[in-house]
Design a protein around this ligand. Structure first.
Ligand SMILES: Nc1nc2c(ncn2[C@@H]2O[C@H](COP(=O)(O)OP(=O)(O)OP(=O)(O)O)[C@@H](O)[C@H]2O)c(=O)[nH]1
Ligand SMILES: [Mg+2]
Length: 300
């Protein structure tokens, strides 16, 4: 079963230090190069889990860790915490860590402050996920939101699974109105609640109307039901998505520029397809910072 090597204590420490440098927006060139190498050559799949607060994402991740571990896979989790300041967010990480087991050398859980209220992915968080995919077969990125490309998760993740709440109509309405991109997988969580059946019916009708064949999975993480089917759907979609990283890199760079400098920032740098998006994004951000600074100084 445990064909994959355990991540050694030294390797975990090195990874933790690199993630801290990314969170502090002070990565060395080696860190960005390692993120690019993992993005281009790594075999680990990056899975985005999005959904509104309280939908059950963290509980689900606990279940997915167990499911993937039973398949002999190493699992990294990056929880993007919209409420915490830098250095905070331990609570969220701890809740997952309990289920993964702190002594399990095949599991690594980290939470990172979102740096913006909407829970958008910072450039550092995107690079962190890529970096983790060098050491783990699955990297699950938990973000609050509905999976719009604004938050970069659609470009970062090989597969986005949107989590829906039984009886909670928001995501459904967004989908119908075309305000939400159709994610690769839809997961109705808390499927033990009676309202899940109606939500499933409504969601199927909505996706049919939109001509989408995205799989819908009913999951009760609390009862441990539907986890294997969800993992299968996610893996199938992520393996397909994995082949599109070269194209997604450009979107990732633009989302990173938007995150730091708004729409104008994203337009200020001419964009060509890059097979090293994290180094390219870092350089573009540096050059925009310099331009911004010199125009401020000239204006004095
Ligand atoms: N009935 C039921 N409740 C669940 C299930 N999974 C989670 N919950 C409950 O839903 C609540 C929120 O769960 P979390 O896993 O923290 O949800 P989250 O989406 O990670 O929340 P945030 O990180 O705050 O956005 C908790 O009280 C859980 O016990 C489930 O399968 N069934
Ligand atoms: Mg959570």
């Amino acid at each position: 079963m445990d064909a994959a090597a355990q991540i050694s204590g030294a390797a975990r420490l090195k990874l933790a230090q690199r993630l801290s440098a990314l969170e502090a927006q002070a990565p060395s060139p080696a860190i960005l190069e390692a993120a690019d190498a993992a993005w281009i050559e790594g075999e680990g799949l990056i899975i985005g889990l999005t959904g509104p607060p309280g939908v059950g994402k963290s509980t689900l991740i606990g279940g997915l860790i167990t499911t993937y571990r039973a398949r002999g896979l190493r699992v990294g989790v990056l929880a993007i915490d919209p409420s915490s300041q830098v250095g905070g967010g331990a609570l969220l990480g701890d809740r997952i860590r309990l289920t993964g087991g702190p002594r399990d050398g095949h599991v690594f859980v980290r939470s990172m402050a979102a740096r913006d209220r909407l829970g958008g992915l910072s450039p550092g968080a995107a690079a962190a996920a890529a970096l983790m995919s060098a050491d783990f077969d699955r990297v699950i990125v938990e973000t609050v939101g509905t999976g719009q490309s604004e938050t970069a998760i659609a470009d970062l993740a090989d597969c986005v699974a949107a989590c829906l709440q039984p009886g909670g109509g928001d995501a459904l309405q967004f989908l119908k109105a075309g305000l939400m991109e159709i994610p690769q997988v839809l997961a109705i969580l808390k499927a033990d609640l009676p309202a899940a059946i109606a939500t499933d019916t409504e969601l199927r009708a909505a996706l049919n109307a939109l001509g989408s064949r995205a799989p819908i999975e009913l999951v009760s993480a609390e009862r441990g039901e539907g986890l294997a089917a969800l993992a299968n759907s996610v893996d199938t979609e992520a393996l397909a998505g994995r082949t599109r990283r070269a194209q997604r890199g450009t979107g990732l760079i633009q989302a990173g520029l938007r995150h730091s400098f708004g729409r104008e920032g994203a337009q200020a740098i001419p964009m060509s397809q890059s097979d090293a998006p994290f180094v390219a994004l870092h350089n573009a951000l540096e050059s925009l910072r310099e331009r911004f600074l010199s125009s401020r100084l000239e204006g004095r």
